[in-house]
Design a protein around this ligand. Sequence first.
Ligand code: CP3
Length: 340
Amino acid sequence: MHSIFLDTLQGKKTKRPPVWFMRQAGRVLPNYNKLKEQYTFRELMDDAELAAKVTLMPVDDLGVDAAILFSDILVIPNAMGMELEFTDHGPVFNKPLKGLINPASHLNPDPSKLEYIYAAIDEIIKQRPSNIPLIGFCGAPLTTLCYMIQGISSNPNFPDAIRFLFQHKKEAIKLIDAIADLSVVYAKKQIGHGIDAFQLFETHANLIPVEMYNELFMPAVLKISRAVRETGTPFIFFPKGVGTGLKYVTPDVADFVGIDWQMPINDARKLVHEKVGLQGNLDPRTLYATHDEIAAELEKYKPFFKENDKWIFNLGHGFLPDIPYENAKFVVDWIKNTDW
Ligand code: CP3
């Protein structure tokens, strides 16, 4: 496959950075919102034809250089036995694990519950344009554990989940191991069905000290990373809010690391080992501004790209649902048409 995204991941020089967005297959697209009038999120995810259609929608409607599987990180807890409902107000676990001293013992991981996702991958691979790679993903262990214990609450600090880590470390490790084991099976299956790169989303890395992350969670990240990379598939790790902890994302951990919008990209480059590429990191809220203001923010990346070709353009976190579609399209066109 000739793909600018894969070229960059493989360390080849390109004329411009590749571009894709976290949460690109979602509410920022008018065509997605139209489909949502007819189908629920669950129906879109469960049906291979519909999931393929939504996965490829941002390729057609925005012109991005890669597709990301239309699914969710919550499918892993679901396959571990937690009942999950996608309501009009978002996803809900019927019974979060908070208050349980040994939550792992209440779970019953069943990898076959993820089979429908591989059918979606098969359909995407059949339908995609020949130069468009497919990114697979799953949630990283801390983020997945937070949702499992706390549920999907409006409290962004996941207090019960974090207290559990401090109070019941041994039991926490059992849960982390169980999440990692199913994630490894899931990642390998995604690769077997044809994904071209894999991203691990650690959206809530900011919640604990870096030392605690390294001790409790990094071994699980490494397990998943090794399983992916031993197949030759590039591995992107996105530890959002990790700050100077970026220096622990060594070549052992990942090929590329996602940089959040809190961290200036030049500072990120100094913190991360030179062999590890960067992905990011425009603040998604920049896309509320005018085209001129957005262009001014994008200009700032030009000198960075001159010095750093191991870079994939992305946002510093996912699209917010109310970002104007025209502005998302403007960013893609700017990245693709600018003389870098
Ligand atoms: O476009 C893509 O990025 C691919 C699909 C994708 C979704 N979720 C679809 C989705 C991906 C990669 C995710 C990852 C995900 N899911 C993360 C990690 C990345 C991040 O954004 O931080 C997290 C934390 C989740 C968990 C999750 N899923 C929550 C908390 C919610 C509710 C909040 C919300 O945005 O609605 C979801 C729902 C969800 N996942 C939607 C989509 C398109 C919205 C559902 C809808 O359209 O009604």
